[in-house]
Design a protein around this ligand. Structure first.
Ligand code: 13P
Length: 256
């Protein structure tokens, strides 16, 4: 059985005082939830404060990126153990904004995924096609490339520890959500890929989140899809009411 998960990607938003306020608000609203893993991913600068604010609560902490090396001369970068040190359990890797604006490739995402696992962090590995790619009929080709190459050379045991987030680039921050059927189709495709390349057990166990304009009003229909286990939420995760409603909506969905 897979656990449901709602993760908030705060992106480059919230100075520390705002981050603490948001974390405290979520704690107040969501303390009763025990059937959904709740994760917040603040910017690096607010990780320590949010870690303290969410300590011993049902809200877990994630980061939005990291470097693959353990330490060294990499000015401006953050190492996996630095995230662990602040209480992070998760790290988002290969988000489309990182791939698009910061030239991340499957290769760097692959190195980061291995480094995160080595450090005991759970990677949330993002995959997804652009509008151009979808319109050119290349969605499945792109997803296969992202899944196989971002996760290259991982053992089945390692793969069982990761989370995949399907985020169609055309649905991110645009207000255009993939329809539940469109999202389900790709989630099933990802599970089938994993079944083909690894095993049915792995394909059934792995948590796959949907991301792209998830809001309180569309969460239920998305998370009710058989292969969608939750959501990676951007804009709507910046507000206590919206994010709490999304978590509550996921909580009413059945477990798969
Ligand atoms: P929005 O929810 O703002 O579309 O962003 C989705 C996303 O990129 C989450 O990682």
């Amino acid at each position: 059985m897979r656990r449901k998960m709602i993760a908030g990607n705060w992106k480059m938003n919230k100075i520390t005082a705002e981050a603490i306020e948001l974390a405290n608000g979520l704690k107040r609203e969501l303390y009763k939830i025990d059937d959904v893993d709740i994760v917040v991913c603040p910017p690096f600068t607010a990780l320590e404060e949010v870690s303290e604010a969410t300590y011993e609560s049902n809200i877990k902490l994630g980061a939005q990126n990291m470097h693959w090396e353990e330490s060294g001369a990499f000015t401006g970068e953050i190492a996996p153990m630095m995230l662990k040190d602040l209480g992070c359990e998760f790290v988002i890797l290969g988000h489309s904004e990182r791939r698009l604006y910061f030239h991340e490739t499957n290769d760097t995402v692959n190195k980061k995924t291995k480094a995160a696992l080595k450090a005991g962090l759970t990677p949330i590995v993002c995959v997804g096609e652009t509008l151009q790619e979808r319109e050119a009929g290349k969605t499945f080709e792109v997803i296969q490339d992202h899944v196989y190459n971002s996760l290259k050379d991982l053992t089945e045991e390692e793969l069982a520890k990761i989370i995949i987030a399907y985020e169609p680039v055309w649905a991110i921050g645009t207000g255009k959500t993939a329809s539940p059927e469109q999202a389900q189709e790709v989630h099933k495709f990802i599970r089938d890929l994993l079944k083909k390349k690894y095993s049915e057990v792995l394909a059934e166990e792995i948590v796959i989140l949907y991301g792209g304009s998830v809001k309180p009003g569309n969460t239920k229909e998305l998370v009710n899809q058989i292969d969608i286990d939750g959501a990676l939420v951007g804009g709507a995760s910046l507000d206590v009411k919206n994010f709490s409603e999304i978590v509550n909506a996921a909580s009413t969905c059945g477990t798969k």
